[in-house]
Design a protein around this ligand. Structure first.
Ligand SMILES: [Zn+2]
Length: 90
């Protein structure tokens, strides 16, 4: 994915890797599994990070309106997102 068109009209450029608009959201179970892999026999960091990226949800924040787009399912060309609007800072 190289760009995402926000509902506010802003086009979020996701070409750069890494970039400041994308984050990852992982469950506690996935976090523990990845941590175990770092402690386990697999020493290839790229393999471990690929495993992490393939199981985490991708989160994109619009820099204009602060909406969050959270991917559903695995990474791929046809990611589907749930959209969350910003309410307030606490
Ligand atoms: Zn926006």
């Amino acid at each position: 994915m190289s760009q995402l068109s926000c509902l506010c009209g802003h086009v979020i450029n996701l070409t750069a890797s890494p970039n400041e608009q994308e984050s990852y959201l992982i469950s506690d179970a996935v976090f523990e599994r990845v941590a175990d892999e770092f402690d386990g026999p697999c020493s290839d960091t790229n393999v471990i990070l690929d495993s992490f990226a393939n199981t985490a949800s991708r989160v994109v924040e619009c820099p204009e309106c602060r909406r969050l787009y959270i991917s559903r399912g695995l990474q791929g060309r046809n990611l589907q997102y749930r959209v969350y609007t910003f309410e307030q800072d606490m």
